[in-house]
Design a protein around this ligand. Sequence first.
Ligand SMILES: Cc1cc2nc3c(=O)[nH]c(=O)nc-3n(C[C@H](O)[C@H](O)[C@H](O)COP(=O)(O)OP(=O)(O)OC[C@H]3O[C@@H](n4cnc5c(N)ncnc54)[C@H](O)[C@@H]3O)c2cc1C
Length: 382
Amino acid sequence: MDFILNDDQRIIQKTVREFAEKEIAPVAPIYDKSHEFPWDVIKKLADLNFLGILIPEKYGGAGLDYLSYTIVIEEISRYDASIGVTLAAHNSLGIGHIYAAGNEKQRRKYVTRLAKGEILGAWALTEPGAGSDAAGIETTAVKDGNEWVLNGTKRFITNGSICGTVVVMAKTDPSKGAHGISAFIVEKDTPGFIIGRQEEKLGLNASDTSELILDDCRIPKENLLGKEGEGFIDTMRLLDTGRIGIAAMALGIAKGALEESIKYSKERVAFGHPISEFQAIQWKIADMATEIEASRLLTFRAAFLKDQGGNVTKEAAMAKLFSSESGIRACSEAVQILGGYGYTKDFPVERYFRDVRLCAIGEGTSEIQRLVIARQILGLKR
Ligand SMILES: Cc1cc2nc3c(=O)[nH]c(=O)nc-3n(C[C@H](O)[C@H](O)[C@H](O)COP(=O)(O)OP(=O)(O)OC[C@H]3O[C@@H](n4cnc5c(N)ncnc54)[C@H](O)[C@@H]3O)c2cc1C
């Protein structure tokens, strides 16, 4: 396994890093405070072709590999995880599901516009009564002539209120459990597609998280995505990629926490010495740096194996589990290193501390990642 980035990946890393430092770092605290969606930054990212990172050029995307995708999410999340999660949900789920399971007509009609950033994509599995137990969703889709009629409520949907399309998972045959779930493409202006409450969150304030209500929402029969009854199976495959994205997001936030901690500890003087000279602070920085390196290895490894075409269910879950939990530790330690200032909005570590918490919840909680890893190791069924 070779983790030395190739020329293209190095150029992408440099481009995104410079863009994030110049265009994202100055506005991130402003958007965090205003809770506004950063459309201006998203439009600039679309110009850089980062709204179709994994999509081939013939469908308007950048045609990059998973390792490059990981690098983009890490570098963006270093300065603003709200933008990181927006990009991750759009690229790996909202657009990824249509590209992976869609037919040529669906790819031409939807993927091209999504990849160019003309519209944003959302992806809706979670419901008020079903998150980890995803097969327990209650949204239904019933065929009526040339249409499907969708009814149900989706919760916590990233990009939900600002998307152009949303992929909705619904039961087409409730008697078949997970094998009776199908995926559908719903356009935002469809009658019966209603935007519900916007979540007031702990962090990721500049990302959109909405409730979506489907009330006799009629969509054309050709908007079935993939085969009827295979929406859940496609979802499980898709979440492997999604989890690599969340691992990269946690990695980026943790890197930000470490960099801020190093800078501050060299400048802050206590008892006549920079606090970086105290062993207690050095040990925190050593632990943070070590866990960040371990997170990067796990995350890059999962992306690398995905690029080789292998099954990465276990590797993606391990990357997400470790990166998110160590990221939470790193951000907590960063607040500690900055003392009282770490608890204020004068420094970004307070925002990192809030934002990173989502990484152990979204796209499968840490408990579910442990379940996935154990099942893979023990050879048990999902
Ligand atoms: C900011 C944000 C953005 C999100 N974006 C999206 C999105 O774009 N699309 C989407 O579909 N969803 C999205 N989600 C939903 C997210 O994926 C779910 O919140 C997550 O999967 C957990 O589901 P839940 O909230 O229903 O918790 P629950 O499933 O109710 O879990 C509650 C607790 O019980 C534990 N638990 C549950 N089952 C088990 C078990 N078998 N063994 C051990 N412990 C268990 C969980 O780990 C957790 O600690 C988002 C959530 C947030 C907060």
